[in-house]
Design a protein around this ligand. Structure first.
Ligand code: CU
Length: 123
C-alpha cells in the first residue's frame, strides 16, 4: 500500500468514526426539578426535565409513580430551554417517587429514563 493510499484510508476511517459519533449523540437528560435523588420538604407543583437537545413534543411524556402506584400529572408540554414539563395537580405526601420520561431529540430516536426523589416527613 502506498503512503497516499494509507492516508486516504485513514481519512475515510476518520470520517466514518466522526459520523458514527454524531449519529449516536442521542438526546440525554441534563437536569430536572425536582433534582435527581433529591430529598425535598414540600410537594412540587410541577415536574420539569431539561435535555441536551430540543425535545420532540409528539413523543415527550412524563409520568410519576408513588408507593401506591401512578399519580396523574397534567399534560406534558415542551417548556423553555429544551425542557418538558407537567403539572402535579395533587399534593404529594411524604415518601419516595419515581419520575419516568420519554422523549426524542434531533435524530428522532426515542429515549427513556427515570429518576427518583423523596419527600421527607415534615418536622
Ligand atoms: Cu439517536
Amino acid at each position: 500500500m502506498t503512503t497516499n493510499c494509507t492516508r486516504a484510508l485513514i481519512a475515510a476511517l476518520a470520517t466514518v468514526v466522526a459520523t458514527t459519533a454524531m449519529v449516536s449523540a442521542h438526546m440525554a437528560y441534563s437536569k430536572s426539578l425536582p433534582e435527581k435523588d433529591a430529598t425535598i420538604s414540600e410537594s412540587p407543583s410541577e415536574v420539569q426535565i431539561w435535555f441536551t437537545q430540543d425535545p420532540e413534543p409528539a413523543i415527550s411524556q412524563l409520568s410519576l409513580e408513588g408507593s401506591s402506584g401512578e399519580i396523574a400529572l397534567g399534560d406534558t408540554e415542551v417548556g423553555a430551554e429544551k425542557s418538558i414539563v407537567a403539572s402535579v395537580p395533587t399534593t404529594l405526601g411524604p415518601g419516595s417517587y419515581t419520575v419516568k420520561w420519554r422523549s426524542a431529540g434531533d435524530d428522532g430516536h426515542v429515549q427513556r429514563g427515570e429518576f427518583g426523589f423523596t419527600i421527607r416527613t415534615a418536622d
